[in-house]
Design a protein around this ligand. Structure first.
Ligand code: GRF
Length: 194
């Protein structure tokens, strides 16, 4: 079994989508071994506890060594960032090179980078009058939203869309995309370890 650690700060709807994909056997050979959040009242931690998944709150000042110890303790193979709003320490990024992925609510390389998170992204897409938007899953590198792209999925921007309506549309795209992208990465890692 491939062991995932899902890092999330907010609602945790992607965490739920991944867990549901595993339970429905649309995503096989993996388990969510740990959920980590910097927000003690996040929906992600509440969901993890309700499902009996190990749930850990880490403080904003959590040190890299502490994080790495925890990841080792839980034998984590892949870190899945799902709306995690804190910067991951460089040492952790290095230790998990090629084994840490993120989902971004736009079609990278556009609308990424510092400050491009949450509703800001959808506002920027509308301001740029793009006919389509979507979501991107990518490897995590040292710079925000700039690691190699694993998978993208699109949806259309329609007249009357607001940042809020786009955010809902893109989330639906994310929920379908993230489990598929995880499967792609796990297959790659398994091939490489053979
Ligand atoms: C998603 O839009 C994701 O793209 C971004 O943060 C949001 C997390 O939403 N990185 P949720 O907590 O999974 O509902």
């Amino acid at each position: 079994m491939f062991r995932l650690a899902v890092f999330a700060s907010g609602k945790g709807s992607n965490l739920r989508a991944i867990d549901e994909a595993i339970r429905a056997r649309r995503l096989v050979g993996v388990e969510i071994a740990l959920v980590v959040s910097n927000n003690s009242s996040s929906g992600a931690l509440v969901y993890a506890r309700s499902r009996g998944i190990a749930a850990m709150h880490i403080t904003a000042t959590a040190q890299a060594a502490e994080m790495l110890d925890t990841l080792r303790e839980y034998s984590i193979d892949l870190i899945v960032l799902a709306g995690y709003l804190r910067k991951i320490p460089v040492q952790v990024v290095d230790a998990f090179e090629g084994r840490m992925i993120n989902i971004h609510p736009a079609l990278l390389p556009d609308f990424g980078g510092e400050g491009m998170y949450g509703i800001n992204v959808h506002r920027a897409v509308l301001a740029a009058k793009r006919p389509t938007t979507g979501a991107t899953v990518h490897y995590v590198s040292h710079e925000y939203d700039s690691g190699a792209i694993i998978a993208q999925s699109t949806c259309s921007v329609e007249v009357g869309d607001t940042p809020e309506s786009l955010s809902q549309k893109v989330l639906r795209v994310e929920h379908e995309l993230y489990p598929r992208a995880i499967a792609t990465v796990v297959e790659r890692l398994q091939r490489e370890s053979e």
